[in-house]
Design a protein around this ligand. Sequence first.
Ligand code: HEM
Length: 124
Amino acid sequence: QSTPPDDALYRALGGTPGLTKLMADFVPRLAADPRIGEFFKETKLSELQKQLVDQFCVVSGGSCVYEGETMKNSHAEMKIRKADFNALVEVLQESMDRQGIPFSVQNRLLARLAPMHRDIVNTR
Ligand code: HEM
């Protein structure tokens, strides 16, 4: 018998409805960000938004299926610096603030995203 997934963080984020609202705010802000908006100029934002909802659901312990690419493959063609990664995290924090997500919940999510920098940041 397998242990049930710990979905406490997923629930604290408001489940799929909460994540859907969060990404609806976050993705347009990313695309408009003066520091990193340029990266997204060829991106179909509605598709990215959907992939992010699924990915954040999985990362936070919800029972979703993420069908997108690995972080390594999806970012390989872009030259992403640590500063770009940090800028994205800042925009995400702004969006989480706007959704009223408590700071402790924000930090639990960010702790699960942080290790992804190894696959995403590929340029000095
Ligand atoms: C924790 C940090 C990040 C996470 C969790 C993340 C997650 C994702 C996901 C799930 C996708 C979709 C992959 C797919 O459709 O198969 C994606 C695509 C993309 N990411 Fe990230 N990403 C992160 C950081 C960054 C950073 C720092 C940049 C650039 C500043 C960036 C730029 C992009 C772009 C431009 C695409 C779309 C590629 C396309 O048009 O198909 N990402 N990311």
